[in-house]
Design a protein around this ligand. Structure first.
Ligand code: GLU
Length: 427
């Protein structure tokens, strides 16, 4: 039995099971040969590496890392690298598959990939993380390529991580290759706006969804944001800038809630100092667990942490009318059904959080042309692409009478299936 069959249809217990269940729901609306659709469920190649890293105290510790290329029908594979203690092959496989649909839906010339290292970064010093990154990049030299597979940041990694990967790759091949990664620091050829892009794009998708539901007043629209990493932070800051009322935010330690609205710049400054939100004492806030946070009264819920948060256990308590997925895979198929029954609209991950990879693509293009754009230009183009994708998904949903999730998957899978049919099966 192939790996694409290793899932039960009743429960989605792992991320890859969720990804496959979503695929199965969408596949029936795609016009393509059944055997070609079967092909699209499989990761093309997977690599697992075990490698040693010298610790600051002279001892050596072993680490495990992965990189999965899901599909290359549309071009080079693209996708982030995650550093977290929870990383495993099943998760990386799911995240790679979601990248394929995300890139296809946005119309980018990329397939999907993802990588990860099983490590809790906050338990290691910056120099240990640098050595771990350089060794992981060296082990993955056969996977990374500026025309074949282009990593970017994800949970637990950032622009500095990308700089080390770019430098390690460049040292190995003997010349500088900035195009081998995106999400680089600006001074190495990074793009303006890339750091903010995912959160910013999530809010563009939210505004689009809210305006399609009728006119709305930002001051009267309450947002709850789960996760205060790169996505949640910049979503909160941009939403606050647009005048939305953010009543709760959380990190892994739990969340802070204030019915009359939080001052996001203050919390941002607090988090920048490296403090956990459960230590936050200002603004007269109430503390909530991450599960309680999902059930808070609000108009919009933005899960921006990680997969598997809205499940058959937590989804029945959602009070929001709109869920906008800043994270990848935060909602299980069972929770999708529950939310649909509750009349909650879900703007799916591959649409809502595509801002990151869209600006990654802009970074790659700017670098290859050695011609760089200003921030206004980047955000103008980002907004245009996000709106086009939203239109496409909304139209598909309306035509086929399906949810935005299934519609997004249908539009994306159709594009990859068409490219596969046109290319043909080798040999
Ligand atoms: N890690 C981000 C994501 O999940 C960005 C990937 C990229 O820019 O290649 O979409």
């Amino acid at each position: 039995m192939g790996i694409a069959h290793m899932h039960q249809r009743t429960a989605s217990e792992t991320a890859y099971q969720t990804a496959l269940a979503q695929f199965d729901r969408a596949a029936q609306y795609v016009s393509a040969r059944a055997d070609y659709l079967e092909f699209l469920k499989y990761p093309k190649r997977e690599m697992a590496v075990n490698f040693p890293v010298k610790m600051d105290n002279g001892t050596v510790e072993m680490f495990t890392g992965y990189r999965v290329h899901h599909n290359t029908a549309l071009g080079a594979t693209k996708g982030g690298i995650r550093y977290a203690a929870t990383v495993n092959l099943d998760e990386v496989r799911a995240l790679a598959m979601w990248m394929t649909w995300k890139c296809a839906l946005a119309g980018l010339p990329y397939g999907g990939a993802k990588g990860g290292v099983v490590v809790e970064p906050k338990n290691y010093s910056p120099s240990e993380i640098e050595r771990l990154t350089r060794r992981y990049a060296t082990e993955m030299i056969v996977m990374f390529d500026p025309r074949g597979d282009i990593p970017a940041p994800d949970m637990g990694t950032n622009a500095q991580t990308m700089a080390w990967i770019m430098d390690t790759y460049s040292m190995t091949v003997g010349h500088s290759v900035p195009a081998v990664v995106t999400g680089k620091p600006i001074d190495l050829g990074g793009s303006q706006g890339r750091n903010e892009a995912t959160g910013h794009g999530t809010i563009i998708a939210m505004v689009e969804a809210l305006s399609r539901q009728g006119s709305h007043n930002p001051q009267e629209t309450r947002l709850v944001i789960q996760g205060f990493g790169n996505v949640g932070t910049f979503a909160a800051l941009y939403a606050a800038h647009l005048g939305y009322q953010i009543v709760a935010v959380s990190d892994i330690t739990g969340g802070v809630y204030k019915a009359s609205g939080l001052s996001i710049p203050e919390i941002f400054a607090f988090a920048q100092r490296g403090s956990a939100l459960n230590e936050y004492r200002d603004q007269d806030v109430d503390f909530v667990t991450n599960d309680e946070l999902l059930a808070l009264p609000c108009e919009v819920l933005i899960p921006a942490a990680m997969e598997g948060q809205l499940t058959d256990r937590t989804a029945p308590h959602v009070k929001a009318k709109l869920v906008v997925e800043g994270a990848n895979g935060p909602t299980t198929p069972e929770a999708d059904d529950i939310l649909q029954d509750l009349g909650v609209i879900v703007v799916p991950d591959v649409l809502a959080n595509a801002g990151g990879v869209i600006v990654s693509y802009f970074e790659w293009v700017q670098g290859l042309q050695a011609f760089f754009w200003d921030k206004d230009e980047v955000f103008r183009r980002l907004e245009r692409l996000m709106r086009q994708s939203y239109d496409r998904v909304a139209l598909t949903a309306e035509e086929k009478k399906i949810t935005l999730r299934t519609a997004a998957q249908v539009a994306a899978i159709q594009r990859v299936a068409d490219a596969t049919a046109t290319r043909g099966i080798y040999p």
